[in-house]
Design a protein. Structure first.
Length: 139
């Protein structure tokens, strides 16, 4: 796993917690915030944005990632996720796939509970055998 220092983890969790405050979650009332750090040192924040039809809902992790991609970022150092939940908040399956598209398998994924207690996983632990661009090669 790439090394990430405690100070950096705490900073990212603080930023993710601030992002959580901007969540639009009138249906689930489950607010999630994410902080994605690029290899250039920039931080991209995201919050979940729900929709009454549910399928168009966008998770905090993808909100942060899509903002970064739009700005031209392509290399990422770590992501932190925090929610209103009692348990550590890990990315959903769709978010894991999006992360696998743009992040290295050893990227730290910091999963926190509402109080800021956390665990750190490598992305590859959360999505083993990820489907990537390598799977699209014909030869």
């Amino acid at each position: 796993m790439k090394t990430i220092h405690e100070f950096e983890i705490k900073k990212m969790l603080r930023l993710a917690s601030e992002a959580r405050e901007k969540a639009y979650a009138p249906y689930s009332h489950f607010r999630v915030g994410a902080c994605l750090k690029t290899e250039t040192g920039a931080y991209y924040l995201g919050a979940n944005i729900e929709n009454a039809a549910f399928t168009p809902t966008n998770c905090a992790e993808r909100t942060a990632m899509f903002k970064a991609i739009y700005d031209g970022e392509r290399s990422f150092e770590a992501i932190a996720i925090i929610s209103d939940g009692l348990n550590y908040t890990a990315p959903c399956g769709v978010c894991r796939q999006v992360l696998a598209e743009f992040c290295s398998p050893d990227m730290p994924v910091i999963c926190a509970d509402r109080d800021g207690n956390y665990v750190v996983h490598e992305l590859r632990e959360l999505i083993p055998m990820a489907f990537t661009s390598d799977d699209l090669k014909n030869n």
